[in-house]
Write a new protein. Sequence first.
Length: 347
Amino acid sequence: MKKIFFGLFVLMIFVNTFGYDVCKFPYGSQYGEDEYNEIVKLIGKYESDSGKMVYLSERDEELTILLVSNEGGIFFEGKVFKEYILNKVSESFYYFSFNQSTIRIEREQLGYGESLVMDNEKYKRVFYGPEFGDTFKIDSLYGEKELKRMASEAQFPFNEDYNFDLVNLAGLDDSIKIDIKYSTSDNFMGIPLYSDNLAYLQNDAASNLLSAVNELKKFGVGIIVYDAYRPWTVTKMFYDATPEIFKRFVANPDYGSKHNRGGAVDLGLYFLKSGEVVDMGSDYDEFSERAYSNYPALSDSSRYYRNLLKNVMEKSEFTQYEYEWWHFDFKDWKNYPVMNVQFEDIE
């Protein structure tokens, strides 16, 4: 326990002292090249043909393995895992204390862990696409024209007589970056859904977000807004297009989204000095378990910045959604109406 606290203390000093100068790479920009290649590229989930799974992670600058165990202390997706430090023998071989087990790790051509062999059983790495720079995309259940037709013809199931006080987040602070993925085709749907690169929140939520922005500056990072207020018709298109296996990542239009109320915001982080995006362990809108707030297979740095973002946002009265590290709901979201006002109609 003392080692963990000491490690966090050292990491805090490192970020406050050197955090502005550690940005070198567009993916995993907070890592040194040796650390990125040796440890970070191996981190992830590995599965065997028999259905067994293990995770490779990092803890206190050590490569670790997480095994399903009755004695473990890391709870994730209905299973309990115990974490063991992997001691390096060579570029491919490691051993750890559990039954003096050894594992052999195989890398693909770019150096990412591709598979591992443990106890004569092979485990294949689960890749989701963003590891190699690809945007995560679903196989939409409908085409773009059909989705837009269905949304335009749908009956808005809420009171259309509402007032709103939406604030343009771009005007809150010069450090805020606006990168609305839905104004381009670079999103999980693969089509543009917004008319412009705009982000709005209800006035009270925006004021609290500004408090978080100022707090994060102390750690050398600024926020990237990926989404904020979202018209109801877009939520309708998300839900209609998304296969059942991914429904937990999209809101049901029958109930409306907190985004539709202007009471939720999707955020990432970037380093203020370099402008490089902070690697948070998964991409924004990556519909995978890597996006879960309690995903266990992270680097020390990604874990640190996830916790930093969560803690600062909670201090500013936002709550993180358990399946999306980037999604935060303002405390008063229930007080705002579900809306379908389009961006061009917001003054």
